[in-house]
Design a protein around this ligand. Structure first.
Ligand SMILES: [Zn+2]
Length: 209
């Protein structure tokens, strides 16, 4: 069982989060409104509750959508970021967003656990349950804290046209964010095989920074 992330995504999480937010944000909660995207910021203001109450919002359509729709949003956003800011900044934005997602996924989806093996098992199980991909740890050096992990049927790239590129920058950040949230340490995560570059699997090297 994954944590009830749908519940966490809804309004039920607000009272619990009140204790952690700044007084300005607390004021927003008191008014029943949170700031989302129309306010300048130097630090992330993302909160899981922003994902909304899907039971209330989509009583007929439910929480699922087509993978093509997810990719349509992600690929067009990335295309425009590259056009306006260049490949390097767009890549950094995707990595950082993935990392932030991994950190929040750790807090809101994964059960609490101390053991690294259980941590990987929970990642595998929840990523499958949420149809993100089939996650495996291929090589593990627990002493050094370095790993090779793979994702099959990856949400971001499986089935895309051959482009000679490893494109899963968001996934790199996501894995780095999960590990950072678990261990408190930064990791260098690099995709070395991707559906885009001709492999049938995404493969990532993970080493402590
Ligand atoms: Zn990939």
């Amino acid at each position: 069982m994954i944590k009830d992330w749908r519940k966490n995504a809804g309004k039920d999480i607000l009272p619990q989060e009140k204790s952690n937010v700044s007084s300005r944000k607390l004021q927003c909660y008191v008014e029943g409104v949170i700031t989302m995207f129309k306010e300048e910021r130097e630090q992330s203001q993302f909160e899981w509750s922003m994902l909304g109450d899907l039971n209330q919002g989509r009583p007929n359509l439910g929480p699922m959508t087509h993978v093509a729709v997810y990719r349509l949003m992600q690929f067009t956003l990335r295309d425009i970021l590259i056009r306006d800011f260049g490949v390097e900044k767009a890549d950094r934005a995707f990595f950082d967003a993935g990392k932030l997602a991994g950190q929040h996924y750790y807090k809101n989806v994964l059960p609490e656990q101390k053991d690294l093996r259980d941590f990987f098992v929970d990642i595998q199980r929840t990523m499958k349950e949420l149809n993100i991909g089939i996650f495996r740890v291929e090589v593990a050096d627990f002493e050094k804290g370095s790993f090779v992990v793979t994702v099959e049927e990856d949400l971001d790239c499986s089935g895309i046209p051959l482009c000679s590129e490893q494109i899963c920058t968001y996934d790199e950040g996501f894995i780095a964010g999960l590990l950072q949230a678990y261990s408190g340490k930064d990791y260098l995560v690099k995709e070395i095989d991707c559906w885009g570059s001709g492999a049938r699997i995404c493969r990532f090297t993970v080493v402590p920074k």
